[in-house]
Write a new protein. Structure first.
Length: 306
């Protein structure tokens, strides 16, 4: 058995399984694996999202080149890639977290937790539904027709199925445009601020004609109960100066606003006319008092470049 096959040879907790930790059923499939062992890519993965949280510990979300759709892996450490980079089938993606690592609370011991879906890499990385059972696709890619998972508390036996069709017709090499600004700044009461580069200039989130999947990140504090931050995506026509704002999400304050809020919003957009004709920017609009922004960032993944 190859290292890749050994990695995915036994399911220990099936997708949808019940349990005190699984609200609405287990949102992924767990594979038997020991602490520090490597997790191998079962398809060519384009890393799109990295996250950390109390429940899942460190997690990663990827786009699957051959299968289409997305996958997520949680309770990991020592990630071997970063957003925008590739991990090819059979290569090392990350290691399994152990007892002394940041594994998250929804954890009873070392294992691989992975899931799949068609919405976004971020949703898969943090377990936001809708999600699907990853096991049939893994069997298809790793064992060429399936393997009997066997044993108690496992998923259905064998029978690898055809890949989940991608939601769009992707190019073989989609292009990633990333931005990040970690300079802390304050948006004054009832004020507006666009995503900025470190030099203080507005960020054009896209770089070519194509179909985009864009994820916006906003981390901040001092958003109190009753106050709101509206997050917009704006398409700016360079030729005419016309701007078309697209409402995305309202972030509502809680409590005294001291605790940090984190929002990661993913959506799709078609861009026509190229960088000279269309600029896409993100904007924050405060309805309330002063708000401190700790980080803004984005990943814009472009398909069908023409």
């Amino acid at each position: 058995m190859t290292p890749l096959q050994e990695c995915y040879s036994q399911v220990t907790t099936a997708f949808g399984a019940g349990g005190s930790m699984y609200t609405g059923g287990h949102r992924g499939a767990d594979y038997r694996r020991s602490a520090d062992q490597w997790i191998y890519a079962y398809d060519d993965f384009l890393v799109q999202s990295i996250d950390s949280g109390d429940g899942l510990g460190f997690s990663v979300g990827v786009w699957r080149k051959n299968l289409g759709g997305f996958a997520g892996f949680a309770h990991i450490k020592n990630l071997q890639a970063y957003p925008g980079s590739w991990v090819l089938k059979g290569e090392k993606l990350a290691q399994v977290a152990g007892w002394n690592d940041y594994h998250g609370d929804l954890w009873t011991g070392p294992h691989i937790h992975t899931t799949a879906g068609s919405v976004s890499a971020y949703n898969c990385s943090v377990g936001i539904r809708p999600l699907v059972d990853p096991v049939p696709n893994i069997n298809y890619m790793v064992f060429g027709g399936g393997i009997n998972t066997g044993g108690p508390n496992t998923g259905p036996a064998g029978g690898g199925t055809k890949p989940i069709p991608p939601t769009v017709q992707e190019d073989e090499m989609p292009k990633m445009y990333t931005t990040q600004n970690t300079k802390q700044r304050v948006i004054k009461a009832m004020g507006t601020q666009r995503f900025l580069n470190d030099d203080g200039q507005p960020v054009n989130l896209v770089g070519a004609v194509g179909r985009y999947q864009i994820t916006l990140h906003v981390y901040g504090r001092n958003l109190k109960a009753g106050e709101e931050l509206d997050l917009y995506l704006i398409r700016h026509d360079v030729a005419t100066g016309v701007e078309s704002p697209h409402y995305i999400e309202t972030i509502k304050g809680e409590g005294d606003g001291v605790a940090q809020f984190k929002r990661n919003v993913t959506f799709a957009m078609d861009v026509k006319g190229g960088t000279k004709g269309t600029v896409v920017v993100a904007e924050m609009r405060i309805r309330g008092g002063d708000v401190t922004i700790d980080l803004t960032g984005s990943e814009a993944l472009c398909f069908n470049i023409v």
